[in-house]
Design a binder for this molecule. Structure first.
Ligand code: NAD
Length: 476
């Protein structure tokens, strides 16, 4: 009897090992397979319950296990970036393939357990320490613009601080998000025996998001998305960490290095076809250097549209407001498309490699107030730096997300920095420099703007617990 059982067990192990090799090249699971589809659930309540059980397991695990999980997510994103990036691009149909791949490769820059700390105070009355504890299950909502990168970054930050998460992905990026969750959980289980560290709803809807927002076992929300979801999360009764929309303006003043400004705007505004929430969306240029700046954009490889081409593109990209309280509506079919595709709508034929289109507009053009997420940036004349700062402030809409300046005048930089009051303020570089990509700092794809946590990191997802020893343990 025992030998029959042993034979069955060894056959099962062999099959699993084969599957494992086929699926992601990781090693054989230490224990037998868990229930469910490696964290992917059709039912929202089951996904929440599994993440809750996952939390019970993670609570008992060591910091070393948390560090292993962080390394697993980084390794899978890096080593499988080509395959996963392609899957994300095929499914979402927005952005540029090379940037989908790169956004997975750079996940290794997201901070993990090394950011966890303990604070202490000692004095005449002994010792007090503050430890940073997890909340439990975090409900995460992810965008279509970077489906798996956002999810992976959230897993690293949240698990480093001891939480598990249940994810409601964007419906147009759900398959790649589910595939990531399967691969992460499989490898995590093989390395640590922990299950359902991250769970996901396979058929996400507004109702499933709402269920997560309301469920008592979900302790905190972290939403990354546009105005609708930001509002919904902030009006729920839970603590919400909201990575909301932006419309990053750029000011180029008369002291700027114009060639560097042009190269930077193309690098940031053209990245993944301008899907980044931090990406340069409209550029205000001081009149005295306007023509010189436009020439610098030509030299740096962007394609210039004349005014009638800008008009044609604008008509294709937006439909007008329906009443006086309404605003322009984005044509979603053009969001994240290549500059060459937008160019066709302007009656031009350009190579697919064209990184960005640009053209002069006035401030009334909808490309200025709307977060277009397309590789066309409107360039608007301003009288001087003060006038430019006024316009930047107006069109950032108080999102407090990101603003940029190209200048050598520190007084202008300081004035604009104070006035804009944005979470990221980037000087003399492309927008990704604000996330540690070519500038100092660290990376996250969830930048909490209206709720104020900033570029999220493991400490964002912690609660403070104080422990006091009265009159003892001070050793000095
Ligand atoms: P989106 O708002 O259309 O969708 C985001 C997510 O929210 C999706 O999962 C969607 O299904 C869900 N959702 C939308 N409305 C909802 C509601 N009322 N209730 C519950 N869930 C809802 O955004 P998107 O097109 O996927 O992403 C682009 C937007 O996200 C842009 O506005 C961009 O600036 C923003 N964004 C911000 C950050 C940041 O870190 N601040 C990062 C990436 C994207």
């Amino acid at each position: 009897m025992q030998s029959t059982e042993d034979t069955i067990r060894s056959v099962v192990q062999e099959v699993l090992a084969e599957l494992q090799k086929k699926n992601n090249g990781t090693s054989v699971p230490k224990r037998e397979r868990q229930d469910g589809d490696w964290g992917v659930f059709a039912d929202t309540d089951q996904a929440i319950a599994a993440a809750n059980e996952g939390f019970a397991g993670l609570r008992e695990a060591s910091m070393e296990d948390r560090a292993k999980i962080v390394e697993i997510v980084k390794r899978i994103c890096f080593e499988q970036s080509e395959e996963l990036g392609k899957l994300e691009y095929q499914e979402t149909k927005v952005g540029r393939l090379e940037h989908k791949i790169e956004k997975l490769q750079i996940i290794k820059k997201v901070p993990g357990t090394e950011w966890m700390k303990t604070d202490a105070m000692s004095g005449d009355h002994g010792l007090m320490i503050v430890e940073y504890a997890p909340f439990g299950v975090i409900g995460a909502i992810t965008p279509v613009t970077h489906s798996l990168p956002t999810l992976a970054g959230n897993v690293i930050n949240m698990v480093a601080s001891g939480n598990t998460l249940v994810v409601n992905p964007h419906p147009s990026g759900k398959k790649i998000a589910c595939e990531g969750v399967r691969r992460f959980n499989r490898a995590i289980y093989a390395a640590t025996g922990l299950q359902n560290v991250v769970t996901i709803v396979s058929e996400p809807t507004l109702e499933s998001a709402e269920r997560i927002f309301q469920h008592r076992d979900v302790k905190v929300l972290c939403v990354t998305g546009g105005p609708g979801v930001a509002r919904a999360a902030m009006s729920s009764r839970k603590k919400a960490i909201v990575a909301g929309p932006g419309n990053p303006p750029v000011l180029v003043d008369e002291t700027a290095d114009l060639d560097n400004a042009a190269r930077s705007i193309i690098a940031g505004g053209g990245y993944d076809n301008n899907l980044l929430c931090i990406g340069e969306k409209e550029v205000f240029v001081v009149e005295s250097v306007f023509n010189e700046f436009m020439a610098a954009m030509d030299r740096a490889g962007a394609a210039r549209l004349n005014s009638s081409q800008v008009d044609q593109l604008t008509k294709a990209a937006f439909s007008p407001p329906e009443n006086k309280d309404d605003h322009w509506h984005l044509n979603r079919d053009l969001v994240g498309q290549h500059a060459s595709v937008l160019a066709k709508h302007a009656g031009m034929s350009l190579p697919e490699s064209t990184p960005l289109l640009f053209g002069e507009t006035d401030e009334q053009n909808p490309f200025v107030p709307e977060e277009q997420m397309m590789p066309f940036v409107p360039i608007i004349r301003c009288r001087n730096a003060d006038h430019g700062i006024d316009l930047c402030e107006k069109y950032e809409h108080g999102f407090r997300h990101t603003s940029l300046i190209h200048s050598r005048n520190v007084r202008t930089m300081s004035t604009m920095g104070r006035r804009m009051d944005t979470t990221l303020f980037i000087k003399n570089g492309p927008s990704p420099a604000g996330l540690g990509l070519g500038g100092e700092g660290y990376l996250s794809f969830s930048i909490a703007t209206p709720t104020g946590e900033g570029v999220t990191n493991p400490m964002t997802f912690t609660r403070q617990r104080r422990c006091v020893m009265v009159d003892d343990l001070r050793i000095v």
